[in-house]
Design a protein around this ligand. Sequence first.
Ligand code: ADP
Length: 255
Amino acid sequence: MQSNTPSPIIVAENLTKVYASGRIQVQALRGVSFTVDPGEFVAIVGPSGSGKSTLFYLLGGLTRATSGRVVIDGVDFASLKDAERTRLRKHRIGFVFQKFNLLPTLSALGNIELAYEVSGRSEPLDRVYLDHLCEILSIQGRLKHRPSELSGGEQQRVAIARALVTRPAIVLADEPTGNLDTKNSDAVLHMLQRSNKELGQTTLMITHNPEAAAIAGRILHMRDGEIVHEEAGSRAWNTGQTDGQKTAAGASASV
Ligand code: ADP
């Protein structure tokens, strides 16, 4: 009998990472395991030094684990040669970083279009999809401007459009609100949540900020290189839940 449960799109299996410099070794991850289903919005939260960035780089195939496995959409990163890994990354994952990293000489639209070009897609950019994306991110009126003419929040929203323009199955965001004030931070989180819901990608966000993490459907807490706790997020912005329901959804369980 076939199960209706979707196969996870991200599998992290007993991941460890040891950094060695000379005789000093730092165990950044100590056996991290979890899965993420397609369409989920998962936040990974924890204090500085708990291993969040290390986990982010492993999940994005940007570095290799010391031991354990990362399986993205059924493909084990470890089984791939470097070029295949890069290809999987380009086609399946969109990255959003704390620093927006937009090219200063190009307009917002130029930055988004360039990301599509370098992704190596054979089909032309779908302008209807791009318009929809820009509408979700509220940047339609800012596309001709260069990054220096945009606020921090607008730059991050352009960076999110750049990550999503290739329609990646997975968005990995590393402290996407780390450089933003509260108002811009709220707007960016809201739009990340909206794009997750409306465009159907799977979103995994690293943050040290519990308030930012609360917008996710599920929150994994890290400490000292391990996931120590898992809980439901409130997703209050897009569920229309009452406070009572939010409390119920926020009821936590240890892993
Ligand atoms: P977080 O993102 O939660 O702040 P990190 O993954 O950056 O945590 O770091 C986890 C641990 O690994 C910390 O003790 C950090 O000092 C160490 N670390 C991170 N990167 C390196 C590196 N390139 N070389 C040596 N140690 C590192």
